[in-house]
Design a protein around this ligand. Structure first.
Ligand code: ADP
Ligand code: MG
Length: 417
């Protein structure tokens, strides 16, 4: 079994070579595993290794796996003809003899075959590519055996047949399977990355429109109120002021979302919780009236937290709005602010439809909404990200048909603490 032994030795060298190339090319993180030039260098080096460590039957006959790098290079990179030429030249260095001319014949035909097959090769599926590679290898092996038979070489037939028919095909199977696996893995990773990026862009677009709709709807409500003729000049002034605030906040939302991808808060301010929440309540009164919802508030005076004003408002607005929307047949929205030790607790409680445990778990998932076309499923996602950025926490307790409590805790911001 001398030939088999030699070819197996050849195969292990080749596999070390090919795997090194694959892992080295993986580091490049580029769409193509390897450049044509690098493939050519690797291919020629692999061919040289094969020929150098060949089984020498006689001075003029050498058996090895040189066809494997040629076929892989030819099918995967389109460099079959060049590699075939390299084989013929390298073989020439070992002597111009019968073996050389046999090589010329076999690798000349192989070059032609690879040149024809390469353009079709990439149109095939991954499995088909492996089958084609192995088939071309077996074909080359048959050609080698044929030359062996024609030359009436003196060797162990079983050994030679096994060595030529099984080992190159096996080597090719291992190599092409690895290449295909690495390629599909790389492609998948690129696809995931791309779709993640796309989803982020889409999310941002939807979030912008969602968050702008709130202040615009509110402003629209006040415009409708202004249209009534009975309105006093004082009220008129107040409403106009609220409209201006609504528009300002819409403008601010755009600005904020342009930098929304950043999880940290950019402009930290000391926020008076009572002041901020009162403003939001004022903005929400028209919506609450539409739903026959009564809003009550209970504040612990002079409570301050540290955060970005616009984002904090956005967060509280989203949660209160959800509370109001959960009470389609009217109800009560209570806001209770407490301060103890170093924590500010903001409780937002509704008497609405409530949520199951599964629903609570899904809160904050982008696009999770039970409101059909009316919902975007982004409000809670935004709210949670604001809470996180403010080093706060949120606890949700809910009971179906009874209502929901959102309990926020933020670190207190006191100049004296
Ligand atoms: P949207 O309001 O656009 O549906 P949100 O992210 O604000 O998106 O809310 C997601 C879902 O969470 C809502 O569709 C609703 O089913 C549920 N939800 C949120 N807050 C409440 C609440 N207070 N009571 C009942 N369900 C709620
Ligand atoms: Mg919402």
């Amino acid at each position: 079994m001398e030939i088999t032994q030699h070819l197996l030795y050849n195969l292990s060298l080749l596999l070390i070579f090919i795997f090194t190339c694959i892992f080295w090319s993986l580091k490049r993180k580029e769409p193509a595993l390897i450049s044509k030039r690098a493939a050519l260098v690797c291919g020629i080096a692999a061919i040289w290794t094969c020929i150098a460590f060949a089984y020498e039957l006689t001075d003029t006959t050498r058996f090895d796996l040189r066809e494997v790098p040629v076929i892989i290079g030819g099918l995967y990179m389109g460099i079959g003809p060049t590699l075939s030429l390299a084989i013929i030249l390298i073989r020439g260095l070992f002597g111009i003899d019968t073996g050389f001319f046999l090589n010329l014949l076999i690798y000349g035909s192989l070059a032609l075959l690879l040149w024809r097959v390469y353009p079709l090769f990439w149109r095939k599926s991954s499995k088909q590519r492996i089958i084609i590679s192995v088939s071309v290898t077996v074909l080359t092996s048959i050609a080698t055996i044929a030359t062996m038979e024609i030359g009436k070489m003196d060797l162990d037939r079983v050994d030679a047949y096994f060595a030529f028919l099984v080992i190159p095909a096996l080597g090719m199977l291992i190599t092409t399977s690895t290449i295909e696996f690495v390629r599909s893995d790389l492609q998948m990773r690129q696809q995931i990355f791309k779709s993640e990026k796309l989803a982020a862009v889409e999310q941002m677009g939807a979030a912008i429109s969602h968050e702008i709709r709130n202040p615009l709807t509110v402003s629209k409500g006040f415009v409708q109120l202004l249209e009534k003729e009975t309105i006093t000049p004082d009220k008129q002034k107040e409403y106009l002021e609220l409209i201006r605030e609504g528009l300002d906040s819409a403008e601010q939302v755009i600005q904020d979302y342009l930098t929304f991808s950043k999880p940290t808060i950019d402009s930290l301010e000391e926020l008076n919780v009572q002041h901020e929440l009162s403003q939001i309540i004022t903005i929400l009164v028209p919506t609450a009236n539409q739903h026959s919802v009564l809003i009550t508030a209970q504040f612990s005076p002079s409570t301050f937290v540290l955060g970005d004003r616009q984002k904090f408002r956005q967060c509280m607005l989203n949660v209160m709005k959800n509370g109001i929307e959960s009470m389609s047949h009217g109800g009560k929205l209570s806001i209770i602010v407490n301060k103890d030790n170093n924590k500010v607790t903001i409780e937002i409680k509704d008497t609405g439809v409530g949520m199951t445990k599964e629903q609570i778990n899904r809160l904050g998932e982008p696009y999770y909404s039970t409101k059909g076309a009316k919902g975007t499923g982004l409000g809670m996602m935004v709210a949670f990200s604001v809470v996180r950025a403010m080093n706060g926490t949120v606890q949700i307790t809910s009971e179906i048909k009874k209502g929901t409590i959102f309990s926020f805790q933020f670190p207190v911001n006191s100049p004296y603490s």
